[in-house]
Ligand binder design. Structure first.
Ligand SMILES: [Zn+2]
Ligand SMILES: [Zn+2]
Length: 298
């Protein structure tokens, strides 16, 4: 995470943010800093090994998540320490109800991490979080804080995999990433669906370059300008853009082929410096728009 970039974007949004949005932005600003600090500590221990691995390009081009080739080894004690710090921050700063904050503070993360499938966490971060959520036995000790604890896990796994994700992407060749190949539909590093999409400045005849962003591991990758981020349909007739009046920078791309939507930020219309971690926070609003029945035409 680039904290300077995050600060510029958060600072710009704070200038005219409503109080509840401002509180969210400040919360995430603090969380990102904590995650990056912890990530630097872990990398200092040799956590993010250099990646001289064969077959990265082939994996990239055949939709095999790079973490399957090169999993991150996550040590239970380290993971517990990360969770503890994030949970303490959330209990203090996330505006949780008192009983939830208390339950979150009482979770024994050492015990949890000893039982958790950290091999899965280092291979498939969002699959790990989903597996814990779905497993009553694993989620039982979270008590009243189950929802918040699952978020702690997602933030913690990201902290442990983001440095490796970055070096894996650096190790993929420019030809695989930018050459004349179909782009990976899901995150090439961890396999999760993109959380949002970015269309760059439209300075060419084809329009701005598009990239996808994965908040599970922090990876950004090149993507086709006209394509559904969920099912991969490239039929222009299936794809539509919508935005809330007065905010053309933040749009929803809907797809008739699969019925899903994706959040897309347009750099040309954005009044602040783009930072996709921050956009992910800002665009959470659009999920509510997407659920609004008035949004669905017919
Ligand atoms: Zn990812
Ligand atoms: Zn689709």
């Amino acid at each position: 995470m680039d904290l300077k970039r995050i600060d510029r974007a958060v600072g710009a949004y704070l200038q005219d943010a409503e109080p509840s949005d401002a509180a969210r932005l400040r919360f995430f600003r603090g969380l990102f800093e904590l995650q990056q600090e912890r990530c630097d500590e872990l990398s200092g221990d040799g956590g993010a090994a250099a990646t001289a691995v064969e077959g990265l390009d082939e994996a990239y081009l055949s939709a095999r998540p790079l973490l399957q080739l090169c999993p991150v080894a996550i040590e239970a004690g380290d993971f517990a320490a990360t969770c503890r710090r994030i949970a303490a921050y959330m209990a203090a700063e996330a505006g949780l109800a008192e009983d939830v904050a208390q339950a979150l503070g009482a979770i024994d993360w050492d015990e949890f991490s000893r039982r958790a499938d950290l091999v899965l966490a280092g291979t498939d971060p969002s699959g790990f979080v989903e597996a814990v959520r779905a497993d009553e036995g694993m989620a039982e000790p979270f008590g009243a804080a189950a929802g918040a604890a699952v978020l702690v896990l997602a933030f913690a796994v990201r902290t442990h995999v983001q440095a490796a994700a970055e070096s894996l992407m650096d190790a993929v060749s420019a030809d695989a990433k930018e050459g004349n190949h179909a782009r990976p539909l899901h995150c090439p590093v961890c396999g999760a669906p993109a959380s949002l999409s970015h269309v760059g400045v439209q300075d060419t005849l084809q329009g701005g370059a598009r990239s996808q962003f994965c908040s599970a591991c922090g990876t950004t990758w090149n993507f086709e300008r006209i394509r559904c981020g969920s099912c991969g349909s490239q039929d222009q007739g299936d794809l539509h853009y919508h935005h809330v009046e007065g905010d053309p920078a933040h749009r929803l791309q809907t797809c008739d082929a699969c019925g899903s939507y994706q959040r897309v930020v347009f750099q040309d219309d954005l009044r602040v410096p783009a930072c996709l971690d921050v956009e992910d926070v800002v665009m959470a609003k659009l999920d509510r728009v997407a659920l609004d029945p008035r949004f669905h035409r017919g």
